[in-house]
Design a protein around this ligand. Sequence first.
Ligand code: BGC
Length: 718
Amino acid sequence: MKRAGLEAILADMTISEKVGQLLQLAPMFYKGTLTEGEITGPMAEMGITQEVSERAGSVLGSATAAEMMAIQEEYLKTSRLGIPLIFMADVVHGYKTIFPIPLAIGATWDVALAERMADISAREATAAGLQVTFSPMVDLVRDPRWGRVMESTGEDSYLNSEMAASFVRGYQGDATKLAENHEKIAACVKHFAAYGAAEAGREYNTVDMSMRELYQHYLPAYEAAIQAGSKLVMTAFNVVDGVPATGNEWLMRDVLRKEMRFDGVLISDWGAVKEIVNHGTAGNAAEAAEQSLRASVDIEMMTTCYLENLEALIADGTVAVGLLDEAVMRILELKNDMGLFEDPYRGLKTNPERQKVILSAEHRAAAREIAADSMVLLKNEHAVLPLATEKRVALVGPLAKTQDVLGAWSWLGDTRDAVSVEDGMFAQFDTVDVAGAASTEHITEAEIAEMVRVAQNADVIVLALGEASNRSGEANSIATIRLPEAQYSMIDALHKIGKPVVTVLFNGRPLDLHGLLEKSDALLEAWFPGTEAGNAVADILSGKVNPNGKLPMSFPYTTGQIPVYYNHLSTGRPADAADAQEHYVSHYLDIPNQPLFDFGFGLSYTTFDYRHLTLSSDTISINQPLNISVTVKNTGNIAGKETVMLYIQDLVGKVSRPRKELKRFEKIMLAPNESQTVTFQITEEDLRYYKPNLDFSSDPGDFKITIGTHLEAKFCLV
Ligand code: BGC
């Protein structure tokens, strides 16, 4: 439909119909629904009548094509103007074929894989009738107490930005072709803004940071998703500079819409409009509605402040009808861009065959490959890994047999489709004896005794442990980032046997690994790998795949070290620059300053040698970019992938600058003895940063480059 057509619809709409478009409801409020939908927030007393559901403009969390078609068909029967509903849900790391959690996708450092994951998610989700996914979540995270770190790609704004753009490209493809391309889904980047900085890692908590920090580190990944064409943005639950994001006119109008030039649909998070009252910046629901509309929030998710108040606010002149029209127009445009006026079922009525792609062999194969590439080898003493498949393996621990390996935010995935570690190991190893445990939180003496018995007969112990999937994700903050306590006596009992222990760790967040690390000969961080978990674990343990993931988030030494992240500022008294005996430096008495495992860390079964760091010049200027080359050689005897990372430090700035900042990375594959020269181009723009007055510019002067563990060079911006 042409813009004039949408304008004609808008002109024809009553105020009540317009307000209806702004409401998003769960599918349970519709006739013909089969499921309850996805519930992630309070639902109480919404007072939704049939008349209201017939006016609402969008649906949250429908699950199948049949459900979507039933709701849409019924809805259109009563829709005076024939404006279709639009169906949205959280497809965060896959629809039915579940991929590793986003934090693990970050650990692949492979933007092509991220794009493939999003492309497959889009194919499956659209075949199931969804039109918008509430993904990517690109909140920068530095606090693993927060359960939602599993949904982010980590602690670095550059890695997050690259991943954000890849997710969006994979979901949407060419955003101007969504009307025809029914296998693509609209993306919704979230949570705008800075939700990852919830104080003390406690869910829904306050956020407070300087404007410079917000612009420098927290905003870039949202902006990258918007530049990649994300059709929607979701507001955050938190305050930004004291004002709830959802009613924050400065944040949404000035930053999001003007500075970032976002002109798509802005949706509140679940109940976030009403929660402005709880934040204490609106006295009642009417004020919350007014603030949100002024802030340009177009859709109110799952509360009814707009529905109950906008008509009156417009009638008494508090709110101009133009503000409402603006919001409705953006929603109509989104529906039109998705081709819903032409085909409200996006091809599903005419081509039910499309559903066959769901959980196809091809999708499962991609999930397996991505899962294996996301695993991070943290320790491998005496090259205990890879394991010869003839070895007699004792597979023990609470994650040995379970199919609870999908991770949080996989509500449409089915654990029954998931490959357990046990099944993955059976498929590749000759002899595997298994002793599991029914829970990650309570492990009985009898279960431990059986594990010990099985382990005594084995050549090697594979210990599968960690968190249950519902220990991370939304509303799952923990105060101490350790394993559930019950697992430590199990670890001790197995360690005492004296056989090599290979630990496979499942978790949605960085953990303090003391008590496990020193008792494991090898430690593989498996995250939550998704549907193909067991196969991917076996691929790594057998050496079929050489581990190549690298941490996208630091693993703190202990909870009290949080926040610890790689790109922190120098202090006035840095401990590392001082005499080791010096007391009055920035340090702890009881732990080191360094995290247990750094951002970017990850071992391989082979070794890589970095040589010949070469700069095209020792200066850079606005007109003359700089090429930085390094030669990487596989010096071991198996093929492997390596992520080459380029870090830069601005030695003198107008504000204190990070000790190093990731500026480029590239993942390469090298056969034994093969070398490759990787060249990164840096421009003056890459050296810009936010000054005290928020001016974004660079300063002439010296910069330091670091590549690999030991190569360094300097150049000068002139
Ligand atoms: C979460 C969002 C999610 C929404 C809809 C909220 O509770 O914060 O990330 O998209 O629910 O399920």
